[in-house]
Ligand binder design. Structure first.
Ligand code: CAA
Length: 382
């Protein structure tokens, strides 16, 4: 299990989170998927474990580990419930991280400390109905007014969008300036002019909350801005660079869960007088699954190690994200195949893993965007 990549502390963290995930998360995974239900009980459990402070400013309650620790936690939770894993990683890596990295002390005391304690739920609001991959084309406008901005527009596919209270929102002060006009604003959900509509009917990660959020002339004081005016796009990009490692870890966790189910089933299920694990066709499936799983995990830990040690990591984060997510789709598909008809019904965990995996090459930058970024770096290097 790529143990050589983890130090003693990270192994202990993994063991503690595995126990929590199996005891408190796994028993509800199927029900929250079925009901498309965000579990506040699970949220509180993660808060009690202190998981929301990882890789965030220790001065405001965070501390312990870096993105590798976040990856370890995300993987373990995703191994039993991908929906809970994305709920978690958005809090720490997409909402907590930009405030921790770009916020001033006053902003951190106000918004980061309650994110770390789990008192508030965070969301990262970049995608719009007409701009996903082309993030700089966002049209949510932050019109400059006396003392701040008047924010209007909408954001969609926002994880934690209808349950979240702290929203990190990206908007443009002037569309003609493209990315140079971006600002990053932290909003409190109760501010006048914000409404949200939950998106239902997702294929997978159904127990996570996803919403479209509307901003109607929301008055946002200037001290809600992270960094300087015009810094917004960099805040978004650097946050995504960081959190893509966590998404890669989510993909690894989903794949691990499906792989374990497949091995167990292959050993138990009899056909033609013996366990199907004795047939070379199934053995080759399992070998392919195991190879991709290990490679995905190693790429993820490599990107995390580079980031945590202050080295260039963006190309590696994109490689990890693209490879692990595509491998997760492959591995969960093979797991369903090994289960045969039983893998095609809701009762089988692999059916859920298969649906959950499918979003990973799409969100937080599609596989195509990751390849674009990898190539940009490759061409600069050689
Ligand atoms: N770090 C810092 N700065 C960066 C950067 C990075 N990684 N990437 C770009 N920049 C800077 C560039 O240096 C440039 O700055 P200057 O003008 O000062 O030189 C500026 O940003 C513009 O860069 P590009 O010309 O590269 O921008 P682009 O328009 O060509 O697009 C892109 C770049 C990489 C394609 C970007 O649009 C992108 O990442 N798209 C994908 C968006 C995405 O991942 N969305 C996911 C939404 S979140 C989600 O899914 C969350 C969820 O709920 C789970």
């Amino acid at each position: 299990m790529a143990d050589i990549m983890l130090n003693e502390e990270e192994r202990m963290l993994r063991a503690a989170v595995r126990e929590f995930a199996e005891r408190d998360v796994a028993p509800h995974a199927s029900a929250i998927d079925e009901a498309e239900y965000f579990s506040m009980d699970t949220w509180k459990g993660m808060a009690r474990m202190g998981l929301f402070g990882l890789a965030l400013d220790p001065k405001f309650g965070g501390g312990g580990g870096g993105i590798k620790s976040v990856a370890v936690v995300t993987e373990e939770i995703a191994r039993v419930c991908a929906a809970t894993a994305v709920t978690y990683l958005v809090q720490v890596a997409l909402a907590g991280y930009p405030i921790s990295t770009f916020g001033n002390d006053k902003q951190k005391a106000r918004w980061l400390a309650p994110i770390i304690s789990g008192e508030t739920i965070g969301a990262f609001c970049l995608t719009e109905p007409t701009s996903g991959s082309d993030a700089a084309a966002a049209s949510t406008i932050a019109k400059k007014v006396n003392g701040g901005y008047s924010l209007s527009g909408s954001k969609t596919f926002i994880t934690n969008g209808s349950v979240g209270n702290t929203l990190v929102v990206f908007a443009t002060t002037d569309r003609k300036l493209k990315h140079k006009g971006f600002v990053s604003l932290v909003l409190d959900r109760q501010m006048k002019g914000i409404t949200a509509q939950k998106i239902t009917g997702k294929m997978g990660i159904r127990g996570s909350d996803t919403a479209t959020i509307f901003f109607d002339n929301v008055e946002v004081p200037e001290d809600h801005r992270l960094g300087n005016e015009g810094d917004g796009f960099k805040v978004a990009m650097q946050t995504l660079d960081h959190s893509r490692i966590a998404i890669a870890a989510q993909a690894v966790g989903i794949a691990q869960g499906a792989y374990e189910e497949a091995v167990r089933h292959a050993k138990q299920r009899q056909a033609f007088g013996k366990a199907i694990a004795e047939f070379q066709a199934i053995q080759f499936y399992l070998a392919d699954m195991a190879m991709r799983l290990e490679a995905s995990r190693l790429l993820t830990y490599q990107a995390a190690t580079l980031k945590d040690s202050g080295q260039p990591f963006v190309k590696h984060a994109s490689m990890a994200k693209a490879f692990a997510s595509e491998s997760s789709v492959f591995i969960t598909d093979r797991a369903v195949q090994i289960f045969g008809g039983y893998g095609y019904i809701r009762e089988a965990k692999v059916e859920r893993f298969y649906r959950d995996a499918r979003v990973t090459p799409i969100y937080e930058g599609t596989s195509e965007i990751q390849r674009l970024m990898i190539t940009r770096y490759l061409l600069q290097e050689t």
